[in-house]
Ligand binder design. Sequence first.
Ligand code: SUG
Length: 420
Amino acid sequence: MTKIKEINFDGVIGPSHNYAGLSLGNIASSSNAGEASYPREAALQGVAKMRHNIDLGLAQGFFMPLDRPNIGWLNALGTTLNEAEPHIRAAAYSASSMWAANAATISPAPGSEDGKCHMTVANLQTMPHRSHEWPGTLAQLQLAFANQDHFTVHGPIPSPFGDEGAANHMRLCDGHGAAGIEIFVYGKSGGRFPARQHVEASKAVARRHGMSEDHVIFAQQSDKAIAAGAFHNDVVAVANEQLLFAHEEAFEHREEFYAEVQRKFPQAEIVTVPADKVSLGDAIKSYLFNAQLVTLPDSGGMALILPTEAEETESVWSYLQELVAGNGAIRKLCPVNVRQSMANGGGPACLRLRVVTDPDLVDQRFIATPKKLDAIAEVIEQYWPESIVPDQLTDADLLGTIQNARRKLLQSCALEELEH
Ligand code: SUG
C-alpha cells in the first residue's frame, strides 16, 4: 500500500525577521518598511500554524532558518556588515527563507518518468535579498531528501532566468499519489513591477524534471495581477488534487488556459472567483488565495487554511461563506494568525513547501511532531529577539543574539551540520 501523501514543510521564521521594504511589487513589504517587527511572536505564529495543521491530521515538516546575516555574501560584494550600505546590510539580514513556497519547485514521483521526485532549488535572482538564499536552501534540501533512490535534487536554473519556485507552480491530480499535470505560471516583464518568474526558467525546470508535453502547461500570469501586487501566482490562485481555485483576473489568457487544463486533465474542477464579488485589490489585501488548500484526511473534503485578514475583508468572507454552503469541494474555512509574516507579504501558503512523498523517505529530523514543535517553541521563546527596527541592524548585540538563537535551534533539532 502506498504511503504517499502531501507533506507541508514550513520555514521556521528566523530571528532576524524585520521590515526593510526590500520587495518592490510586494505591497505589504513596501508599506511596512521601517516598522518594528516582532521575530519571537512571528516565529510562534508560524509554529502555531504547524500545530494547527497537525491537529487537522495533515503531515507536517519544517526547514531551519538560514544563517543571517550572510557575511560571506557581503564579503563577496567587497564589504562587511559594518561598512555595507543600509539596503545591502538589510538584504544580508533578511529572514526571507521563511517563505518556503519559494524554496524550490517539486515534481512528485507519481507521474515522473524515472519514478523519482524531482526538486529544483529556486534561484530567486530578481530580488537581491532573496538571490543569496539558494545555497543554504540547497544544502538543506540535499540533507532532508538525501535518499537518492527516491529524490533528485537539482541546482538552480542559471541566470538571467528568474525562478521563484513552487509559488508559481500548481499540480492537478486525482489524488496526491496519482500522476497528474503540472502548471507553471510565469510573468512577462515590462509592467510597473518586476515579473519574477520567467518562462525560460519554468520551461527549464519542466525539462529537467522530465515532464512530457501532455502533462505540463505554461500559463501567463495577467499583467494586471502583477501590477496590482500579485508578485507570485500563489497570491491569486491555488490548486489541490482536482481543484483549481483562482481569481477571474489571475491569468492573461484565461479561456485558452482553462481549455488546455480541461484537455490535459478532464477531471479538473475550476472555481473562478468573479471580480465583481471579490476585487483583485481585496483578493491581494486579504490573501484569500494564499491559503493552504488541503484535503482533510477524515472527511475527504477540502479546507482552506487562510490568513485571519481574509476573515476581516467583508467581500472575501461573504464570498467564502457562500462557497462552503454550496456543497462543493471546499467544506471548511480555517483562519490562522500569521500577521507578522503577512506584513511582509507572506501568507499561510507562502510559508510552506508542499512535497508529495512517503514521509518515511525523508530525513526524520525535518518531520514535525507535537513534541518537536514544543521544543522549537521553547527555543524561540528563550532566544528569539522580541523586536527589531531596521535601524538596529548595525547593533553588535543584536548580531550576537540572532546568531546564537539559530545555533540553539539547530542544536535542538540535531541539525548542527547546517550551521554555515
Ligand atoms: O519575496 N517578502 C517576500 C514574500 C514572499 C511570499 N511568498 C509567496 N508568495 N509564495 C517576497 O516578496 C519582504 C522582505 C522585506 O521587505 O524585508 C519579502 O521578501
